[in-house]
Ligand binder design. Structure first.
Ligand SMILES: Cc1cc2nc3c(=O)[nH]c(=O)nc-3n(C[C@H](O)[C@H](O)[C@H](O)COP(=O)(O)OP(=O)(O)OC[C@H]3O[C@@H](n4cnc5c(N)ncnc54)[C@H](O)[C@@H]3O)c2cc1C
Length: 460
């Protein structure tokens, strides 16, 4: 494999002339800004960025990367925990210039650029009273979140993000352009609904949107000592609740504003709710929550983009992040005891554990209908060690690993791949279960040389 340094300047100049977007090279003044991603722990030095603005740019960039035997990374929103939107020395195909959102109100579908962020989609759909199921924060990229699955506030009601993907436009490893949907290139359409960026560069997505204008949501908190009791109740409650109700469980420290002073610096277990039904029905359901006497309950009606942006301010770019994750089928006594143990030792104010329920609509899709195999898991769990200070990198990493070691014996084996960093091939296989072999067959057909390998890689 070559690096950009091995290439003749005339080749690079000819490549620039093919693009409407700009190339960014290590000597350029904006190089260091361009190589930043959301996770401040990532410090990669790509040889070149192709800042693509249209499909033609992406085709040229794919051809250039392949013909010159370069390592190629694709960057959507740049949020990936392991920094998979970047590579060292090679070519980064940056999609941040390919942004557009077009809402079609004749059938409630939304066409989105390959480089959009979710907040931009929410902004465009909200005036029409529509939303596309995504995650729980607005700054994540549409590309990486969708291609990995997409778990969030609307998963119980409308399924994962991939369950709402209708079509995608892609540039494949041979530079060709294809449209994939349930009638066209069905194998690729199957593979990209969970198989990540392994199969090509997605230049646009078409989603089914749903009528969601406002939601009833927000957090309820209990002292960390109540973790086992609250989690036992939560497990019995959430999976039997109507699909309209979502709520993910957390262990966390309240870091400061906008939470009231009396909560600051203390450790809690909590649930962050999101309900898409009527206030009257919610009040009936929520009575059971209030009977558990949370020390804090800040739950009310708000526009859908408000819940999606609720935690954006707490988590600005450039913090240090360390990620570990697993799926869980249960929330039994041993597991609850581990949550109490490690939830009581959270090392920094922004470090947290989340358990996202996989039930309702997300669990009614068959395990082989998409590559996302863990439809029968009850939770996608994730632990994030987070802090602004690089000097605390070891502290947050060690806590995250210890918490994970405590939980892992009770896990289902695999992990939601958008919630892990680089954990090697066995973890990737375990996370696709029976779908891995089919993904390999499709990879062999469309990317036999593994041009797209900077991802949770499916080896051809
Ligand atoms: C603060 C925070 C909150 C999060 N919350 C959630 C959540 O609620 N739910 C959830 O499911 N996930 C969540 N995630 C995880 C998120 O889904 C992943 O980090 C995802 O990889 C981000 O996508 P991106 O496009 O921003 O990332 P990037 O770093 O740009 O890319 C990630 C991977 O996807 C590939 N890729 C991206 N775009 C394309 C494209 N257009 N075509 C082909 N390949 C592409 C890249 O090559 C890379 O391998 C969260 C992450 C963060 C940091």
């Amino acid at each position: 494999m070559k690096t950009i340094k091995d290439l003749d300047a005339s080749l690079i100049e000819a490549f620039q002339n093919q693009l409407r977007g700009k190339l960014v090279l290590p000597d350029d003044a904006n190089y260091d800004d361009t190589r930043k991603v959301y996770n401040g722990m990532i410090n990669k030095h790509p040889g070149m960025f192709a800042m693509c603005v249209d499909v033609a740019d992406v085709m040229a960039a794919v051809n250039f990367g392949r013909d010159n035997d370069l390592l190629v990374a694709i960057r959507g929103g740049g949020h990936n925990g392991g920094g998979l939107g970047l590579c060292n020395d090679g070519l980064v195909i940056d999609l941040s210039g390919i942004k557009f959102v077009r809402v079609d109100i004749s059938n409630n579908t939304v066409r989105v650029g390959g480089g959009n962020l979710w907040g931009e989609v929410d902004h465009a759909t909200h005036p029409f009273g529509l939303a596309v199921p995504a995650g729980i924060i607005s700054t994540t990229g549409v590309g990486g979140l969708t291609l990995g699955g997409g778990v969030g506030y609307l998963s119980r009601k409308y399924g994962l993000t991939i369950d709402n993907l209708l079509e995608a436009d892609m540039v494949l490893a041979d530079g060709s352009f294809v449209t994939v949907n349930k009638n066209q290139n069905e194998d690729l359409f199957w593979a990209i609904r969970g198989g990540g960026g392994n199969f090509g560069v997605v230049t646009s997505f078409k989603f089914q949107a749903h009528p969601v204008k406002t939601v009833i949501g927000g957090p309820t908190l209990w002292p960390i000592e109540k973790t086992e009791e609250i989690m036992e109740w939560y497990h019995n409650f959430i999976h039997n609740a109507p699909d309209d109700l979502n709520g993910f469980a957390v262990t966390m420290i309240i870091p400061g504003p906008p939470f009231p002073d009396f909560l600051h610096g203390n450790q809690y277990c909590g649930i962050v709710w999101c309900y898409t039904g009527s206030q009257q029905e919610f009040d009936k359901l929520f009575k059971e929550v209030l009977d558990l006497e949370p020390v804090f309950a800040h739950v009310g009606e708000m526009p859908y983009p408000a819940i999606q942006t609720m935690f954006d301010g707490l988590f600005p770019p450039d913090l240090q992040w360390y990620w570990k994750a697993d799926f869980f089928n249960d929330l039994g006594p041993e597991l609850r005891a581990q949550h109490l143990k490690f939830g009581s030792k959270i090392p920094t104010p922004l470090s947290q554990m989340h358990m996202y329920p996989i039930s309702g609509a997300a669990s009614r899709v068959g395990a082989e209908e998409t590559p996302w195999a863990y439809r029968d898991a009850k939770y996608a769990g994730v632990i994030v060690g987070v802090d602004p200070d690089p000097a605390n990198a070891d502290k947050i990493t060690n806590w995250c690993k210890d918490y994970w070691e405590g939980l892992h014996p009770y896990s289902s084996g695999g992990a939601y791949l958008n919630f892990i960093m680089d954990e090697g091939q066995d973890r990737i296989k375990a996370s696709y279960k029976q779908n891995y072999d089919r993904l390999v067959q499709i990879k062999k057909q469309y990317d036999p040389e593994n041009l797209f390998q900077v991802n949770q890689n499916i080896k051809p």
